[in-house]
Design a protein around this ligand. Structure first.
Ligand SMILES: Nc1ncnc2c1ncn2[C@@H]1O[C@H](COP(=O)(O)OP(=O)(O)O)[C@@H](O)[C@H]1O
Ligand SMILES: [Mg+2]
Length: 259
């Protein structure tokens, strides 16, 4: 069982879109996935057509110590479960910061899920900004997957993430955290800039950039408003094809790393 945080401190780079659709494509291959929506804006929750509910997020487990299993819900997709978000999660930023060892709290809460044997992967859809929830996710995760928009400022954000990962390792919060992958999102094949940015990231991060690139696609942008993953909304389109390729590559990397 691996916990993968989908993180980038910038908003609007495709974190939630990647969390939903990577989770859906892994589940379609028979992998048991739990998607945890850690963003108080609850975009992954609504993007999968799920309603928000008081007490339905990870908040009670994080702050009151209730069993996190109670928050797990099935989705329409076989093998894909979710712990939804709710605005109440925003309260964690303050409540956890006030409690002593806040960096370790999410890790503790996820422990019974890790050892339950119910899931092969837990994907954490993280909020933007380097707040308590996001740093807690970095402290709790085995791996970090960073969606990066194919635009000029994308690269700046990346060096910041690399720095934060280093800090989380060095302060002892999570010495084994690995920056596992970078996935380029919203690629526009007609824009020179998109090609340039991908080229730059390939130069600096050759080992971890995914070959699968997510195109800019109107359908990918529309799907969440129908509460659907792209494999339900447009299963044969470019977006679904790209996310299926990403899921295959994601799994292939893990087989290689074990060998
Ligand atoms: N590949 C894509 N093509 C077109 N629109 C996209 C794509 N990926 C994401 N979007 C849209 O861009 C916006 C931001 O994406 P989102 O995944 O919510 O980013 P984040 O979670 O990083 O804030 C959303 O409206 C989303 O539907
Ligand atoms: Mg998001």
């Amino acid at each position: 069982m691996r916990i993968v945080a989908i993180t980038n401190q910038k908003g609007g780079v495709g974190k939630t879109t990647t969390a939903i659709n990577l989770a859906a494509c892994l589940a379609q291959r028979g992998i048991r996935v739990l998607l945890i929506d850690l963003d108080p804006q609850a975009n992954a929750t609504s993007g999968l057509g799920m309603a928000q509910e008081d007490g339905g997020s990870l908040y009670p487990a994080l702050v009151l110590g209730t069993d996190p299993h109670a928050a797990i819900r099935p989705t329409r997709l076989p093998n894909l479960s979710i712990i939804r978000s709710h605005q109440e999660l925003a309260g964690c930023e303050i409540e956890l910061a006030q409690s002593g060892n806040h960096l370790a709290r999410l890790r503790e809460v996820l422990h019974p899920l890790r050892s339950s044997g119910h899931f092969d992967y837990i994907l954490l859809d993280c909020p933007p900004s380097l707040g308590v929830l996001m740093t807690s996710a970095l402290a709790a995760a085995d791996e970090l997957l960073v969606p990066l928009q194919c635009e000029y400022f994308g690269l700046e954000g990346l060096s910041k993430i690399v720095h934060v990962v280093q800090q989380i390792r060095e302060c002892g919060a999570n010495p084994d955290l690995r920056l596992e992958g970078i996935v380029m999102t919203m690629y526009d094949s007609r824009a020179n800039l998109s090609q340039q940015v991908v080229g730059d990231v390939r130069n600096y991060f050759a080992e971890i950039i995914y070959n699968s690139i997510i195109p800019r696609s109107v359908r990918l942008g529309e799907a969440p408003s129908f509460g659907k993953s792209i494999i339900e909304y447009e299963p044969n389109g470019r977006g679904a094809t790209a996310y299926r390729a990403l899921a295959a590559e994601f799994l292939a990397r893990r087989v290689e790393n074990k060998g």
